[in-house]
Design a protein around this ligand. Structure first.
Ligand code: FMN
Length: 181
């Protein structure tokens, strides 16, 4: 018999099956805050019975978003809205995870259904930053980050409000994630 629908324990976290949902950007957030679109999207994946729903790449700073419509988790408000997803998932025994992200030189892009390339600062985009000032093909050149900015980004990844969300939801999977911080 296939093992797909059997439990799996990884790092002390038990998943009810092995059908897991990859993170998928929805390009539907407003100022990094997820919306009713996300409630329906993730709600349907959760009620669909996946063992793990990994939510989309979520920027730990405003300039780390892939596009102006990407989700974030750099403010407490963003984190509190995100927290509704694991709260709902818990009722169905579904584990959730979040992909913390910084898009670097691939940030400030148009949403994929619009057109390729960068969104200019004058049109709601921003000056991107990256470890070097080398552009990704077809995108605006980033500014090279200072060493302080790299340290600050490391801090943002480590200290973004995910643990606060986790503490609120008493979720076995999330507790594991919190401990790894
Ligand atoms: C609409 C869409 C959005 C995606 N967003 C992300 C993302 O936020 N983070 C990520 O690591 N991968 C992202 N991906 C890649 C997927 O998570 C996945 O790795 C990819 O679709 C390959 O999976 P597969 O081999 O099962 O098809 C995205 C893919 C799609 C189709």
């Amino acid at each position: 018999m296939s093992k797909l629908f059997s439990e799996l324990t990884v790092g002390g976290v038990t998943f009810k099956n092995r059908a897991w949902v990859s993170p998928m950007c929805q390009y539907s957030a407003v100022e990094g805050v997820i919306q009713d679109w996300h409630a329906v999207h993730y709600g349907s994946l959760i009620t669909g019975g996946a063992g793990l729903v990994m939510v989309e790449a979520s920027a730990v700073s405003a300039e780390g978003r892939i596009s102006p419509r990407c989700a974030g988790i750099w403010t407490d408000q963003q984190a509190q809205v995100w927290a509704e997803i694991p709260r709902f998932a818990q009722r169905f025994g579904v584990k959730t995870g979040i992909q913390l992200a910084h898009a670097g030189r691939k940030a400030s892009t148009n949403v994929p259904w619009d057109k390729p390339g960068s969104v200019a600062p004058s049109a709601g985009g921003w000056q991107t930053i990256a470890p070097s000032a080398i552009a990704f093909d077809g995108y605006a050149a980033p500014r090279e980050m200072t060493l302080d900015e790299i340290e600050e980004l490391k801090r943002s990844l480590k200290e973004c409000p995910v643990p606060a969300v986790i503490l609120n939801m008493h979720n076995e999977a999330a507790k594991g994630l919190g401990e790894k911080k």
